[in-house]
Design a protein around this ligand. Structure first.
Ligand SMILES: *Cc1c(COP(=O)(O)O)cnc(C)c1O
Length: 356
């Protein structure tokens, strides 16, 4: 391990932008930290990682990622804990998911050691970019894309693996109005919905844009075959509280295997809540709402952690949920998750990867 870390070449910036950042008013993804990590893939293997000032790169407009979509990414967070340590939340699981995404897109896997040591070195270099106020973190964005310049349709022989980071503040999501989508599809079973590939976002923009024009914040994706079962909420996983139970759609190849989703389900079980991973139909939601049993709905993802849903629009009808309170299940779990990450509560699942 030592050997790889020592062999990472570091070219430091002469023009840090740190002083231009207002850490009290961070907008998600607006500021990118001073450095980036880059690794090139050629001749069947990943080369030496290097760290350089973040900035533009020279790339061919013929590079295959632009034409045929071999591009995947990850999104995770580093925290400064209350005891002053720097930790990354569930690093190993993010690495495993990245390799699943890469595999689906016929892109080469990234060895764990390369991923871990590269990330560690980058975070060390830009450690002063990690916010320390409660609810803030350093968002980490690894991305892998095909760089071979060629017009024929083929699997690329060349790739770049880049990691960038960005300081982010607490995410205050106003309760969302979501529309159950019954026309468009984000992903079908057998497709690449489970992979964090760039194309999944591209296809979701148009339906989301149309829903926004109708006054909604997000869409609730339904299954591609019948539009009867709920898949996800926009770019987050979705969870419901029905009759006191935490219910979420069971994973399929059309659903992204969210790490926040998994963390929430695990914590809910720790809290002795009943957790159900199964098909959730639109009809069930309507019925549960009519009986007053649908008490909460929320999105779950790394950026927001938990995003409360206020209104679910189904077949053009608004179903309004009770407002979230301090005692809401989503708030209790969010608090527990946050405490665990900040080191205020025992990390019993060993989710915090310590940088130092
Ligand atoms: C990233 C993502 C999520 C959430 O995953 P986390 O690991 O919790 O951040 C959910 N749905 C989609 C489509 C995503 O891209």
């Amino acid at each position: 391990m030592e050997t790889l870390q020592h062999s990472i070449k570091i070219q430091r910036t002469q023009h840090s932008k740190l002083s231009t950042v207002d850490f009290n008013h961070l907008e998600f993804g607006k500021h990118i930290s001073d450095h980036m990590l880059v690794v090139d893939y050629a001749e069947g293997k990943w080369g030496q990682p290097y760290i350089m000032p973040y900035g533009d790169m020279t790339l061919s407009p013929a590079m295959l990622a632009l034409h045929y979509g071999q591009a995947i990414f990850e999104g995770m967070k580093a925290y400064k804990t209350t005891s002053g340590n720097i930790t990354v939340f569930r690093l190993k699981r993010h690495h495993e998911r990245m390799n699943r995404s890469l595999d689906r897109m016929c892109m080469p896997p990234i060895p764990y050691e390369l991923f871990e040591q590269s990330l560690r070195a980058l975070i060390e270099v830009d450690r002063s970019w990690i916010p320390s106020t409660e609810g803030s973190s350093l968002y980490i964005r690894p991305v892998v894309f095909a760089t071979e310049a060629r017009l024929g349709v083929k699997i690329s022989d060349h790739y770049k693996f880049v990691i960038m980071t960005s300081p982010v503040g607490p995410y205050y999501s106003k309760p969302l109005r979501v529309k159950v989508e019954e026309t468009y599809v984000r992903a079908a079973e057998g497709g690449a919905g489970f992979a964090k590939c760039a194309g999944n976002y591209g296809v979701s923009f148009y339906p989301t844009h149309m829903a926004r024009k109708e006054g909604f914040d997000q869409v609730l994706w339904t299954d591609a075959k019948e539009h009867k079962f709920i898949d996800e909420a926009g770019t987050m996983n979705v969870m419901f509280v029905i009759d006191g139970k935490l219910v979420t759609p069971k994973l399929t190849t059309a659903i992204l295997d969210g790490i926040t989703r998994d963390s929430i389900l695990t914590l809910a079980k720790d809290m002795n809540l009943t957790v159900e991973e199964r098909k959730v139909s639109i009809d069930e939601l309507i019925m549960a709402h009519q009986k007053g049993l649908l008490t909460e709905a929320f999105g779950a993802g790394t950026a927001a952690i938990v995003a409360p849903i206020a209104i679910i629009n189904i077949h053009g009808h608004d179903y309004t949920l009770p407002p979230t309170t301090e005692g809401s299940i989503q708030q209790l779990i969010k608090g527990k998750l946050s405490n665990m990450r900040m080191g205020l509560e025992a990390d019993i699942h060993q989710w915090n990867y310590t940088i130092h």
